[in-house]
Write a protein that binds this ligand. Structure first.
Ligand SMILES: [Zn+2]
Length: 102
């Protein structure tokens, strides 16, 4: 509870925004070659630097894929100069692709 309150205090909007503005690196083991592959926490697929195959992780781990306010949230972050336009567009593309893949 304290954690969420602190994050909201920092950004004055949704706590998930923290993971978009300052994404954590998540290390996943490549299922094909067992090498460690680094994901930003909002990324759902990354090419393995070793075997070049696409490694996927569960997209529901990032709020932008399930939150109904995600698109407004990204626009809001850009308006506040918290997020660059380029990053926002990249994330909007990811959301689009995720919705189409369902
Ligand atoms: Zn691999």
């Amino acid at each position: 509870m304290n954690y969420y309150r602190r994050v909201i205090g920092m950004f004055k909007h949704c706590p998930g925004a923290k993971s978009i503005v300052r994404p954590q690196i998540i290390v996943v083991e490549c299922p094909y070659c067992r090498r460690e592959v680094e994901f930003f926490e909002y990324e759902v697929e990354v090419e393995c630097p070793n075997c070049r195959r696409i490694v996927r992780r569960n997209p529901s781990q990032s709020c932008i894929f399930w939150c109904n306010a995600a698109i407004d949230c990204l626009k809001n972050l850009v308006a506040l100069n918290t997020l660059t336009i380029d990053r926002a567009n990249e994330l909007l593309n990811l959301i689009e692709r995720y919705k189409k893949s369902k």
